[in-house]
Design a protein around this ligand. Structure first.
Ligand SMILES: O=P(O)(O)OC[C@H](O)CO
Length: 513
């Protein structure tokens, strides 16, 4: 976009009144209208207030709570919860400063991954379709937030294609967050350069001295020097907004991390803390039942203890007869996939694993065998295992929480003449039972601590691995075929993403053991 175009840009600041940011712009600056014309935005710059005009709720508390719980731990989350009444009484700016102090103090910048790994899912769920429609049409998209940039940047840039993010910068000491915010815009990195260019064209760059003033300039000053339209969005109007459907995300949300599976507003977080003692006891009881009782007894007892499951079998009952060893392949939802499939079959399977913690292996009621990630060695190992008895392989090599299937390993089509595909779906309401961090051994515990974890296990008709529709095929084609079959059955989208892609995004490593 040329500087002339930029100078002519129309800034659409869609916002609703926040405590410290009254609607002065409504009377002081530019034209204001309730609904912006969406035509011709492609040649213009749209400036959007994240909390005010993009998200359906203006409260930032749940996002800070996610930072506190995921990056700081449950005690930090509890402290933030206890401070909630105070934060609600104080003004917006003071409240943000307190939350930043509680959530960020002492965290190492290098280790802070919540902004990219956990928060985008929750932000995306709160995006209003109506607000996004305006932002999406802008030739250049600028987002402003009163939250720290590290919290919103990943979501806005990675998932909504926003070019410039104006958030708050955090002070650092020796690579650790101090819990304080910078008063001045710092550095001349990509973002700040973009600010500079943008505001130079808007003839206000020389006024920018603090991050907060940037915000004030956008709200109250910038309209005096350029042509602009302002769209104000009231809280009542936002309540009528629709959530942005996941099918309309500019980039699909395939991977995310973190333990918390619900939006942690104050009430929900309080419920979670109250649930903890009971949840822990319940998880212990469920694990004991799983470990000690035969499947015939443990399935009904676990259902009584709130673990709901549903078994679907194909018309071809042969695959469950148990007359000889069988290779089962399934999409990977959690570490408990093997247990649910074993329980559904009523007999133990052997399951291959990549990165299960030693503790989970010790406690596993079914036999687990580690793969080496060496193709020849793994193929030999799996061939041997499938000759010894029923074997379960998860050809994705890692779990996926969303309705997507990662690339299937070709090995599953090379080690046996036929496979039984198993389509799995699972649901949790409080804690995710998967992780990419160091505390993987807690994955089963978190899954079992959910009030009503659910699983659906569907045995599909067995597939001969040598041919598709009577036509000979390669193992690569067969792997894709199996992925497509399971994807179609579940309504999941097939991707070519891998375990490495997931771990690079969420954990900053390649997911090797
Ligand atoms: O989601 P992950 O990467 O912990 O996968 C766990 C699997 O069981 C790998 O064997």
């Amino acid at each position: 976009m040329s500087s002339k175009d930029l100078f002519k840009s129309v800034l659409f600041l869609c916002r609703f009144v926040l405590p410290r940011r009254p609607s002065a712009c409504h009377t002081n600056h530019g034209r204001s209208q309730r609904h912006p014309s969406l035509e011709d935005l492609a040649s213009q710059t749209v400036v959007c207030d994240v909390e005010g005009a993009l998200l359906r709720t203006s409260s930032t508390f749940p996002y800070f709570m996610l930072v506190a719980l995921e990056a700081g731990g449950f005690l930090r989350g509890l402290l933030l919860l206890l401070l909630h009444p105070l934060i609600s009484c104080l003004g917006h700016e003071v409240g943000i400063r307190i939350m930043v102090m509680v959530c960020f103090f002492g965290l190492r910048k290098e280790d802070f991954r919540v902004g990219r790994a956990a928060l985008p899912k929750f932000f995306l769920e709160q995006v209003g379709l109506e607000g996004f429609e305006v932002l999406r049409r802008g030739g250049r998209r600028v987002c402003v937030s009163s939250m720290p940039t590290v919290m919103v940047e990943g979501f806005l840039k990675e998932y909504l294609d926003v070019e410039v993010v104006l958030g708050r910068e955090l002070k650092l000491l020796g690579g650790y967050y101090t819990g304080l915010m910078e008063d001045r815009v710092i550095g001349f990195g990509h973002v700040d350069l973009a600010h500079h260019q943008l505001f130079t064209h808007c003839k206000v760059s020389h006024h920018i001295s603090t991050q907060y003033e940037v915000y004030v300039h956008i709200n109250y000053t910038v309209y005096e020097s350029i042509t602009c339209e302002v769209c104000l969005v009231g809280e009542a109007e936002k309540r009528r907004w629709h959530p942005l459907p996941s099918s309309q995300y500019p980039k699909p949300l395939v991977f995310h991390d973190g333990r918390i599976a619900f939006t942690p507003d104050a009430i929900s977080t309080l419920c979670m803390f109250l649930w903890f003692p009971l949840g822990f006891a319940l998880a212990f009881a469920r694990a004991l039942v799983f470990l000690c009782l035969p499947y015939a007894l443990c399935v009904p007892l676990l259902a009584f203890l709130g673990m709901h499951s549903r078994l679907i079998t194909s018309d071809d009952k042969e695959e469950r007869r148990g007359d000889g060893s069988q290779l089962y392949i399934c999409n990977h939802r959690t570490l408990l996939d093997g247990l649910y499939i074993s329980a559904a079959l009523g007999r133990h399977l052997t399951a291959t694993t990549y990165s299960v913690s030693r503790i989970s292996e010790w406690f596993s009621p079914i036999r687990t065998v580690r793969l080496t990630r060496n193709r020849e060695e793994d193929a030999a190992r799996m061939k041997k295992l499938v000759q010894e008895g029923d074997l379960l392989v998860c050809p994705e090599g890692t779990t996926c929480r969303e309705p997507y299937l990662l690339r299937f390993s070709q090995l599953v089509a090379e080690i046996s003449r036929e496979v039984v595909p198993v389509a799995l779906e699972s649901w949790v309401s409080m804690f995710y039972g998967t992780s990419t961090g160091k505390l993987k051994f807690l994955d089963p515990l978190y899954f079992l601590m959910n009030p009503f974890p659910c699983y659906e296990v569907e045995f599909m008709a067995r597939v001969a691995t040598g041919a598709i529709g009577g036509k000979e095929c390669s193992s690569y084609e067969m792997a894709n075929h199996l992925q497509a079959e399971i994807g179609t059955r579940l309504g999941f989208q097939c991707t070519s993403l891998t375990r490495k892609d997931k771990y690079l995004l969420l954990a900053g490593n390649e997911g090797t053991i």
